[in-house]
Design a protein around this ligand. Structure first.
Ligand SMILES: [Zn+2]
Ligand SMILES: [Zn+2]
Length: 339
């Protein structure tokens, strides 16, 4: 089968590899849609989590059809459309026993430490499979990023009547926007440098949009003079995170969701955190939120179709990674290996 292989840091190849066969507790999934993520760039560069995974077939946001199943697989059949939770926790370590599997000490992940979805076929344990029936493979492939967003909202919940400020109107920012809306936010302001992304944020329910290129930096306070109950960074820009603290209402929360460079540092005033009762909350990946995520997409509660900007064949993965790195992606880029 054809697959993208990261052979070493910064060495990407598209080549023929052996097609997997299902073990007793696994299925082989024919990959229909596989989302490209900024963390794929981190994995390609070598700042992955865990031990040396090379050579690795990346891709952790994928859906497909079951084409072969092992003899112990009970709840899924050949031809079923499935979405895949890529997280494979050990189930035995300190964090797994606390139900904090995203911090598993022996973490494995499809497309992260073992073969993932930028290939024609993938081996998936039954435990990682989820059914869906009403949406396309592309729409369902956003279940993994949405599961991360949902985990963020469990960590920093939006309550009825809250004011919410979101930095970044990329695919993740737009998912945060929709989740905040459904959680009962009264006022959602979205900030981004690109006009077309802000227009889409408006269509998906933002009350106010701000372009810092055209307006003053503090203009978000026009729409909520006391600040915001929840401020979400979905940019991964250290400067944005640093600047975000001043938009948090007293006793409000700053959600650090975007992935900043590992060696970046910011300056914030500990006195301000103390004096204003501010919560700063990190969000790492997803944790048992995949089931809710695929259900919200399948039932049409969260619109993932509008968040997808491009559908590419496997050969264009290098271009997709380049577009993401240069900030040129209009939204989520989805790879279809059988296109
Ligand atoms: Zn991702
Ligand atoms: Zn564990």
């Amino acid at each position: 089968m054809k697959a993208v292989v990261f052979e070493a840091p910064n060495a990407l190849k598209i080549k023929e590899v052996k097609t997997p066969r299902a073990g007793d507790n696994e299925v082989v999934v024919k990959v229909e849609a596989s989302g490209v993520c900024a963390s794929d760039i981190h994995i390609l560069k070598g700042d992955f989590i865990g031990s040396d995974p090379y050579p690795l077939i990346p891709g952790h946001e994928f859906t497909g059809t079951i084409v072969e199943k092992g003899k112990n697989v009970k709840n899924f059949d050949v031809n079923d459309p499935v979405a895949i939770d890529p997280v494979i926790p050990c189930g035995k370590c300190y964090y797994c026993k606390r139900n904090e599997q995203n911090h598993c000490i022996n973490f494995n992940g499809l497309g992260d430490t073992i073969a993932g979805g930028f290939a024609e076929y993938v081996l998936v344990p039954e435990a990682n499979l989820f059914h869906f029936e009403n949406v396309s493979f592309e729409e369902a492939s956003l279940a993994e990023p949405l599961a991360c967003v949902l985990y963020g909202h469990k960590r920093a919940p939006v309550h009825l009547g809250d004011d919410v400020l979101i930095f970044g109107a990329g695919s993740l920012g737009l998912l945060h926007l929709q989740v905040a809306r459904h959680s009962g936010a009264a006022n959602i302001t979205v900030c981004d440098l690109k006009k077309d992304k802000l227009a889409l944020a408006g269509e998906l329910g933002a009350d106010y949009v701000i372009n810092p290129r055209e307006e003053e930096e503090d203009s978000a306070l026009k729409y909520s003079p006391q600040g915001y109950d929840v401020v979400i960074d979905a940019t991964g820009s250290p400067r944005v995170v640093e600047n975000a603290v001043k938009f948090v209402k007293n006793k409000g929360t700053l959600m650090v969701f975007g992935v900043c460079p590992q060696d970046a540092t910011i300056t914030i005033s500990p006195y301000e955190i103390y004096r204003r009762d501010i919560n700063i909350v990190g969000v790492f990946a997803l944790n048992r939120t995949f089931g809710e995520s695929i259900k919200l997409i399948d039932k049409g509660v969260i619109n993932t179709k509008r968040v997808i900007s491009d559908i590419f064949p496997l050969e264009k993965l290098p271009l997709a990674l380049e577009m993401i790195e240069n900030g040129e992606a209009g939204g989520k880029i989805v790879i279809k290996p059988h296109l």
